[in-house]
Design a protein around this ligand. Structure first.
Ligand code: WT7
Length: 651
């Protein structure tokens, strides 16, 4: 018998769910769209405001007059909403974080209450103030997954500084680019991080980045949290956090912020150029992340929520540092890697803390699935209620394994489609209301109006496949690209006027469910992380041996996609295994491990180009995936013979 393709929300789950039937969802969705402003005005009550807003929504997607504003005129503070109010309202003893260290044999497990998290955040905020950080200053955060990473984000929010978190896996070069783009005045880092028993030289990477920037750097201080106690080199601008706290005040008031004041910048890869500094603002982001966290996961006060993402990605911003904290949730914060010391670690942590809501990426599910069921079944998972995935389409086999083996057939799976730019979930089943189909992100969240367009921009109705756009704004939407509104406009609002263009393709089935088919631009999704082909190409051509490079994504059983690079060499370079290894290592150094080309082919006879010199990636993709029979028309190439030579040299 074949596996079912429809998994109804279970009766047991429905009975107590926040949204407990398809009819209830339909009714709420209809209202959220028909009375959009009324709906979002009500949702603003989730937050504590210093001053009420006077206009719910002031939006135009028209490229000539592009602006996105929500809750205009309101004043509030994000950190107050995530911490102070829980303590003031008597919830200070509630656990904010169960901190699970990389290696519990060597480091201590810790339980941190909301009252403690508030005290630590205030301490960090006072230190930042003492160092001269002011409202509107940009603070770069480059931290391991320790509680101080969250305190740093919250402390910035508290004093109105705009934070820019850089994932701890990024290289000095990548850090330098982001510090320069944001014109950061301050950096917060740690001596070292720990991952899977290894140490990561965070402070040394910051040093290297600042050295690279030289005169270009406006960084006045680097605040360093002592984490491993490992050796670091020291400079006048560096300040130990534990020393600075001695003279710092334990109290630090919350800065009243305008609803539309920037909260953070987060860099993400696009199809062209350097990563974009996506800007999220205060009120709309807080409303949207807290509502989606509550509804998508059917979150309750007694839940233990664990989002396995790093705070360096949007998932860690929205579903660790903000949404759940604004709701007063108890979370697991995990420093380590899910396969250390073995493939059972995740389920060990679930058992340890009685995790009820677990949120992760398909790439991890596939990696664990490959290690066999024993690692899962030897741990008690009876606490689990809802399982979530994010980052890339999940293949039905992995979905079923997650459902049957991990969730014992009991837990609904929420396949949440969204993006760095959307701030929070956009398409997702609600666990008690929407019957699930393995691989489908299913239906829009409240207030979200997806459309499927053909290549000419015509709106397709009913069953259809095409480009995914969103027809109207929602509060969690990014407002601009930092100091580059033109780029924001051109990337998202120009090709299909009047809508937000997602860059994804999708299919809508006969039941109105949405299935994401993947990026339609030159962006590769490696293990749920976006990588721009242009970025990897620029890194490759920085190397003296490389004349030209072209990069494509190819399917990978665990990572979803992986990077396949073609390079043509400079005249004096010799194509051999040493150079291949060196070039892969070079990209790793320039961008970071996630950008390392898995395959690197020397295109001895050159790349396939049209007569006007445009590289034909379509052909490169076909060669890379071995689909030599369906390469199609090569007659427009300047030299059609290169194709056969590429096929011969395939990796
Ligand atoms: C891209 C956004 C949102 C946090 C993690 C990634 C892909 C994301 C899904 C999903 C199919 C998905 C899309 C999207 N994506 N979630 N559930 N099903 N595809 O954030 O780095 O901004 O990447 O990830 O292609 O455009 P991001």
């Amino acid at each position: 018998m074949s596996a079912p393709d429809l998994y109804p929300a279970s009766d047991a789950f429905r009975q107590n769910a926040r949204v407990g039937s398809r009819e209830a969802y339909d009714e709420m969705y209809r209202r959220s769209v028909e009375d959009n402003e009324g709906f979002w005005a009500e949702q603003a009550d989730r937050l504590d405001w210093i001053e009420p807003f006077d206009t719910v929504k002031d939006v135009s997607f028209d490229a000539d007059d592009l602006h996105i504003r929500w809750y205009v005129g309101g004043k509030l503070n994000a950190c107050y909403n995530a911490l102070d109010r829980h303590v003031e309202e008597g919830r200070g003893d509630r656990v904010a974080f169960y901190f699970e260290p990389d290696d519990p044999k060597k480091e201590e497990r810790r339980q941190i209450t909301y009252a403690e998290a508030l005290a630590e955040t205030q301490r960090m905020a006072s230190v930042l103030k003492d160092l001269g950080v002011q409202k509107g200053d940009r603070v770069t955060i480059y931290m391991p997954m320790i509680p101080e990473a969250v305190y740093a984000m919250q402390a910035c929010a508290r004093i109105g500084a705009i934070f820019s978190v850089i994932f701890g896996g990024f290289s000095p070069e990548a850090i330098a680019g982001r510090i320069r783009d944001a014109a950061s005045d301050f950096v917060i880092t740690a001596d070292q991080g720990r991952r899977g028993g290894k140490t990561i030289a965070l402070k040394a990477n910051v040093d290297a980045a600042l050295k690279r920037l030289g005169e270009d750097s406006e960084v006045r201080h680097v605040l360093v949290v002592r984490n491993t106690g490992g050796n670091v080199t020291w400079d006048d601008r560096d300040v130990w956090y534990h020393e600075a706290t001695r003279s710092a005040s334990g109290a630090c008031p919350c800065e009243p912020m305008d609803a539309e004041d920037p909260l953070f910048i987060l860099y993400t890869s696009g199809s062209t150029g350097t990563p974009k500094g996506v800007v999220h603002t205060t009120a709309g982001y807080c409303v949207y992340t807290s509502l989606t966290h509550e509804i998508t996961f059917d979150w309750r006060e007694d839940d233990v929520f664990w989002c396995s993402a790093d705070v360096g990605w949007i998932t860690g911003h929205s579903y660790i540092a903000f949404g759940p904290m604004i709701n007063g949730a108890t979370q697991v914060l995990f420093e380590g890697v899910p396969t250390f010391p073995d493939a059972g670690r995740v389920w060990d942590v679930v058992e340890q803390y009685g995790v009820t809501l677990f949120y992760t990426a398909p790439t991890l599910i596939r990696a664990l699935m490959a290690q066999g069921d024993d690692f899962v079944t030897r741990h008690d998972r009876s606490s689990l209620r809802v399982l979530g995935t994010v980052g890339e389409p999940i293949n039905p086999e992995a979905w079923r394994w997650y459902h049957e083996v991990v969730g014992e057939g009991r837990c609904p799976i929420v396949d949440t489609w969204w993006q760095t730019e959307t701030g929070g979930h956009m398409l997702t089943p609600l666990p008690g209301a929407i019957d699930q189909k393995p691989g489908a992100a299913t239906v829009p969240f409240f207030g979200i109006q997806p459309q499927v367009l053909d290549a000419e921009g015509k709106v397709l109705e009913g069953e259809a496949e095409g480009l995914l756009v969103i027809a109207d704004s929602w509060p969690g939407q990014a407002r601009t690209v930092y100091e580059n509104h033109e780029r924001f406009k051109n990337t998202y609002f120009t090709a299909y006027p009047g809508t937000y263009f997602t860059g994804d393709g999708c299919r809508r089935d006969a039941d109105g469910y949405y299935w994401i088919t993947g990026r339609v631009d030159d962006v590769i999704n490696v293990s749920g992380h976006r990588m721009g082909t242009a970025e990897v190409e620029s890194a490759l051509v920085l190397h003296d041996a490389v004349a030209e490079a072209a990069v494509v994504g190819v399917p990978h059983p665990i990572k979803g996609q992986t990077i396949y690079a073609y390079v043509t060499l400079a005249a004096d370079a010799t194509p051999n295994e040493d150079l291949r290894a060196e070039l892969r290592q070079h990209v790793r150094k320039v961008i970071g491990p996630i950008a390392t080309p898995e395959f690197l082919q020397f295109a001895i006879a050159g790349l396939p180009k049209t007569r006007s010199g445009k590289i034909m990636r379509r052909i490169l993709r076909k060669v890379a995936t071995g689909e030599h029979d369906s390469i199609g028309d090569t007659s427009t190439l300047a030299d059609p013979e290169v194709v056969d030579k590429l096929i011969t040299g395939r990796r």
